[in-house]
Design a protein around this ligand. Structure first.
Ligand code: NAI
Length: 316
């Protein structure tokens, strides 16, 4: 039988680990030997207030089970302080789980600048600040594993969540660039779109559904992705209720219009069914900006002969 995935000697920061998914991640890493920084600001799910209790309870639970953990009560916006807690307590940082989050749901017509900004601050700037502080440490030790947390709302949009959707997709772009920049230093970054029962979802899902959506069914993917033996990098996963699947972009074969002819909206209309056709067997899955550019570059060759001009030239 293959050996267990262990994290002995590894130091893990889990943000927003006072409840829900973060708590599940923190307990699991500690159980498998890691030293854990349990970060949580301890506010409400819409970002009001603060308390040390949320993080303390999880630290107590880890210690009671014989594990190693320290609490940190800073906002993820003070990411350097969270990393400092890890360095002071354990002397290194190997894994960062950017999980902290809040909601400010409201229809776009009623959204205020404040509701927009706060969501971006916590989800995007928060992930940036914590990761930015850990990055030089990971680069120096040539080892790091980072997990960011997006949402189906970010990948597909969701009514009443224009702020949250935009911020959550920003986290995906952030992940993919970190994956490229970290690769040479053995820093791997992946992003998960979880679905789990938590105080964030308990008001919007029926109780029987929530019973099947245990955070503990999300955490094992996070553990696997963060293990030193795992090479997965820059990927997006949907995970929940025991389902785990990877996501990628798909593009139609499209249509290339001649590059030397004026392109009119009527031309686009004429080829529309081809432009949007995913069933014609010519779809591609671009996984980088260079792969994305390939079809555009190929169309540089798409020059339509100017028949009349050729005739005039040969007549001379
Ligand atoms: P939760 O509300 O139980 O946990 C979030 C934690 O983050 C809370 O303990 C909260 O105190 C903490 N937090 C909030 N702002 C913070 C800040 N500025 N600094 C430090 N800690 C802060 O919610 P849940 O469901 O566990 O969410 C975890 C992550 O998963 C979030 O990023 C959320 O957007 C994401 N997510 C959750 C889904 C679900 O089905 N539960 C679906 C899609 C995404």
């Amino acid at each position: 039988m293959a050996s267990d995935l262990r994290f002995d000697g590894r130091v893990v920061i889990v943000t927003g680990a006072g409840g829900g998914l973060g708590k599940s991640h923190a307990l699991a890493f500690a159980k498998r030997g890691a030293s854990v920084v349990v970060n949580d600001l301890g506010g409400s799910h819409t970002g009001e207030g603060a308390s040390t209790r949320a993080a303390d309870v999880v630290v107590e639970e880890i210690r009671a089970a014989g594990g190693k953990a320290v609490a940190n009560y800073d906002s993820v916006l003070d990411g350097d302080k969270i990393v400092e807690t890890a360095m002071k307590a354990f002397g290194r940082v190997d894994i960062v789980i950017n999980n902290a989050g809040i909601l400010k749901d409201v229809s776009f017509a009623r959204m205020t600048d404040q509701q927009w900004d706060l969501i971006f601050k916590v989800h995007v700037e928060g992930a940036y600040k914590v990761t930015r502080a850990a990055w030089p440490i990971m680069r120096k030790q040539k080892y790091g594993r980072i997990i960011n947390t997006t949402s189906a709302a970010g990948l597909y949009g969701n009514f009443g969540q224009a702020n949250y959707s935009a911020a959550k997709l920003a986290v995906v772009g952030f992940t993919q660039t970190l994956a490229l920049e970290g690769k040479k230093d053995n820093i791997h970054t992946n992003v998960i779109a979880p679905i789990a029962a938590s105080r964030m979802t308990e008001t919007i899902m029926p109780p029987d559904m929530l019973a099947s959506l245990k955070p503990e069914m999300v955490t094992p993917l996070v553990e696997y992705l963060c293990h030193e033996g795992t090479t997965e990098n820059g990927s997006i996963f949907e995970v929940g209720a025991g389902f785990v699947g990877k996501l990628r972009w798909e593009r139609t074969g499209g249509h290339g219009f001649p590059i030397n002819k004026e392109l009119l909206p009527e031309d686009v209309r004429e080829k529309w069914s081809k432009i949007i056709d995913f069933t014609d067997g010519r779809t591609t899955h671009p996984a980088s900006t260079s792969q994305s550019m390939e079809s555009v570059m190929a169309n540089f060759e798409n020059v339509q002969e100017e028949k009349a001009a050729v005739q005039v030239l040969s007549a001379d």
